[in-house]
Design a protein around this ligand. Structure first.
Ligand code: NAD
Length: 428
């Protein structure tokens, strides 16, 4: 369950303050980086299928673009808030910086539940979102992408609207497009694979063979499914996965001690990452409460659903077997829980590093779209591995050298790079 009392933007600002203290940043630099550069908060009217009009609220936040065009996804979620979007935009700035991409950070959202909207209603939402921000986004300004509950189809509707308004073909406006329509091969695998590439590197540092590890995952969407895929290819055993159940309005965990069968689970999962309970039981899975994924005797935990999922009330149920937590989701750990994870001496791979594979491949897509020349999948995934491995090694070496927790090391590297770019531009 989402712990509502935690404001993700306050969490992001606290994390920033800590990095700013470690870097001894001056007041002007802190003022510049602590808050978004620009925010757009608007309405999107939609003609519903029953003929009525409904007003939705949309957001776009550009946190910082000193290192390059703002970059970040758009989420469709009923619990979306401006503070969630602000936090995610700030984390994108740090993520692009930690992955050393020539990009800044942005994020968008619409308060809606796409499960309850028809295809035509969703298309209007996408086109309406673009109409509201068209003057302030673009291939060299701010490049959106998919995120929770948005898909390649949503991106294509948005691109089409953008191109209609601009009167030109500009596939570099948005990423996460369908392959064949300007999308990059390897994009759907990129975030999950990226998570596992960082886990692979962490296992090397801990001298643990992947074949001797088990992992448990929160979420069974895009990130989690491909993280499981690469983990299984590495020889690991994925034993538990959780997801949100639309009908019951709560989450469940699905466990098979001998290892999940990814293909089988995918075949009983809907487009939003919800696993069918009845069919899972028939296939021999134990169906457990939502938090059970966190309580498993495994070596690796991968939160890959939403923010604030590991908090002070459940962090102590993490098993002593756990050696690595890799944050597939953005901001899945509250500051209080983070403190306990650090005390437990668990090797934490922070979100801005662990899930940077998504934005790294989005950047590859942007480059390919702007050139209108597309690479083979092997080339994309090879480049992804190089980028993720070098980002991991940079953060890990910095952490060891300065005796820092991995999250602090990643934040310090990122904030330092962005502050330097702002300074070089003469902003501070
Ligand atoms: P998705 O919509 O494909 O899947 C989300 C999954 O989480 C679904 O299985 C859903 O059932 C599950 N879920 C939702 N609420 C839950 C809850 N309370 N408990 C348990 N499960 C729950 O989303 P995704 O693209 O896989 O993204 C997951 C996370 O990763 C988000 O935090 C997102 O911001 C982050 N992320 C995604 C990408 C990307 O490329 N997709 C990149 C970077 C970060």
């Amino acid at each position: 369950m989402i712990k509502k009392e935690y404001n993700p933007f306050e969490t992001a600002q606290k994390q920033f303050d800590k990095a700013a203290d470690l870097l001894e940043l001056n007041t002007t630099t802190r003022e510049l980086l602590r808050n978004p550069a620009r925010e757009f908060n608007f309405i999107i009217p939609v003609r519903m299928d029953d003929g009525s009009k409904k007003i939705f609220r949309g957001f776009r936040v550009q946190h910082n673009d000193a290192r390059g065009p703002a970059k970040g996804g758009i989420r469709f979620h009923p619990l979306e808030t401006i503070d969630t979007v602000r936090a995610l935009a700030m984390w994108m700035t740090w993520k692009t910086a930690v992955a050393d991409l020539p990009l800044g950070g942005g994020k968008g959202g619409v308060i809606c539940d796409p499960h309850k909207l028809s295809s035509s209603e969703q298309e209007q939402l996408c086109r309406g979102w673009v109409q509201q921000v068209v003057k302030n986004v673009g291939p060299y300004t701010d490049v959106p992408a998919p995120d929770v509950m948005t898909s390649a189809q949503h991106m294509l509707w948005m691109l089409d609207e953008y191109e209609k308004i601009s009167g030109e073909r500009r596939p570099g406006f948005i990423t996460g497009k369908p392959v064949g329509m300007g999308g990059s091969l390897g994009r759907k695998e990129a975030t999950g694979y990226g998570v596992m590439i960082t886990v692979r590197e962490a296992l090397k540092e801990l001298n643990i063979m992947p074949e001797n590890t088990r992992a448990s995952f929160q979420g069974f969407g895009n990130v989690s499914q491909f993280a499981i895929e690469l983990f299984q290819q590495m020889g690991g055993t994925a034993t538990c996965v959780s997801c949100w159940d639309q009908d019951d309005n709560q989450s469940y965990s699905f466990k098979k001690k001998t290892g999940l069968d990814l293909q089988e689970l995918r075949s009983i999962t809907d487009a939003f990452g919800g696993i069918n309970k009845t069919k899972a039981k028939d296939l021999g899975y134990e169906v457990l409460p939502g938090d059970a994924w966190l309580e498993q005797d495994v070596e690796i935990l991968i939160p890959a659903a939403l923010e604030n999922q590991i908090h002070d009330e459940n962090v102590n149920s993490i098993s002593n077997h756990v050696k690595i937590i890799a944050e597939g989701a953005n901001g899945p750990t509250t500051p209080a829980a983070d403190y306990i994870i650090k005390e437990k001496n668990i090797f934490l791979i922070p979100d801005l590093l662990a899930n940077a594979g998504g934005v790294t491949c989005s950047y590859f897509e942007q480059v390919q779209s702007n050139m209108n020349y597309y690479w083979e999948k092997e080339e994309v995934l090879g480049k992804l591995d190089v980028k993720m491995t070098s980002a991991f090694i940079a953060v890990s070496n910095f952490a060891k050298k300065n005796k820092l927790y991995m999250r602090d090391a990643a934040n310090v590297i990122a904030v330092d790079r962005v502050a330097q770019a702002c300074k070089d531009r003469g902003w501070i």
